[in-house]
Design a protein around this ligand. Structure first.
Ligand code: SF4
Ligand code: MG
Length: 327
């Protein structure tokens, strides 16, 4: 088994030096080798922070990240570097993450040479092979990022990550800036690479359609906590948590005849001062007294399905609500 981000964070947000933001709180997530896990939620829910912690870009101030059972923070330099290479993050905006002064051959080829994965004399051929794998014309390798289209730049970012032979890719809304047809091509590329290279993915997105399309399991986050974690088909067919239900109502469903509108009322509260008890209680249509004071734990409600809602204990047969077996 691959590993995990356990109970994470306490982070200093940019520009919030005086205040401690608990961006991700009490998250426990184990990801299996070869799996695609989607992390979804509204902006500010902590999904990007969790993605950064999983990828090793950001260290948790509390809790642990395990890779193949080993605590990343306790690894020696060599093992930590190998793990950092094995878990690669692909950024949201390919333009902002590519150095405009470097040629594509160096953007893709520098790290594998520095880390001794390829000999310097083999760099040209190695880069050409990876460019072919991601659908880029290898003859363009002397060019600079601005000479490529948005979709091609996304492929350059993917090639750069692949060049260090990762096992896990953490993708943070990396296709969001692209138009829909290009986005679909990039998602198809991710899935092709998954099968060719046996990659594991963590896919951070606010786009439920994307997540439904590519994920095996989905974790729904709200104000720093995972509120529901389920196999994708079950989550979309029979969402358990009231927040998941509201999120799905917001999305124009591909199969639905008419568009449903949001059942989510009110603003997302500030992560600096989250509501007591269940963080979702001020917006939840089913909230009751206990929800204000008692924080619901993420509990297994059916094999492989987890939800953090008191209703699963107090009112399991609530009409109109999916039961644990999805009936
Ligand atoms: Fe709603 Fe209460 Fe469940 Fe939270 S615990 S989602 S407030 S019913
Ligand atoms: Mg984000």
């Amino acid at each position: 088994p691959l590993d995990a981000a356990e109970k994470v964070a306490n982070l200093f947000g940019a520009g919030l030096r005086a205040q401690v933001v608990r961006a991700v709180d009490d998250v426990n997530l184990t990801i299996a080798e070869g799996e695609v896990v989607g992390l979804v939620g509204e902006s500010g829910c902590g999904k990007s922070t969790l993605g950064r912690v999983i990828s090793g870009i950001m260290d948790p101030s509390e809790g642990r990240v395990l890779y193949r059972g080993a605590d990343v923070a306790r690894m020696g330099g060599k093992e930590r570097r190998a793990t950092d290479l094995a878990v690669q993050m692909i950024f949201q905006d390919p333009m902002a993450s590519l150095n405009p002064r470097l040629r594509v051959i160096d953007i893709i080829g520098e790290a594998p040479v520095v880390h001794g994965l390829v000999e310097a004399r083999d760099k040209e051929a190695y880069v050409a092979e990876i460019m072919g794998r991601v659908g880029l014309d290898a003859s363009t390798r002397p060019r600079y990022p601005h000479q490529f289209s948005g979709g091609q730049r996304a492929r350059i970012g993917i090639a750069r990550a692949l060049a260090v032979k990762p096992q896990v890719l953490v993708c943070d809304e990396s296709t969001a800036a692209l138009d829909v047809s290009i986005q679909a091509q990039v998602l198809n590329l991710f899935m092709k690479l998954r099968h060719e290279l046996n990659l594991t993915y963590v896919f951070v997105s606010h786009d439920l359609g994307v997540v439904e399309h590519i994920s095996d399991r989905v974790a729904v986050m709200y104000l720093g906590r995972i509120v529901e974690l389920s196999p994708t088909d079950e989550l979309f067919r029979a969402p358990n948590h009231p927040y998941t239900q509201a999120l799905l109502d917001e999305v124009p469903r591909l199969v639905a005849k008419k568009r449903k509108f949001s059942s989510l009322k009110g603003e997302i509260p500030s992560p600096l001062d989250p509501p007591s008890g269940c963080h979702f209680h001020p917006r939840c249509p089913h909230a009751f007294a206990r929800c204000k004071v008692d924080r619901p734990a993420l509990k297994e409600i059916a094999p492989g399905r987890f939800s953090a809602c008191h209703l699963n204990e107090e009112a399991p047969a609530r009409p109109g609500r999916a039961t644990a077996d999805g009936a």
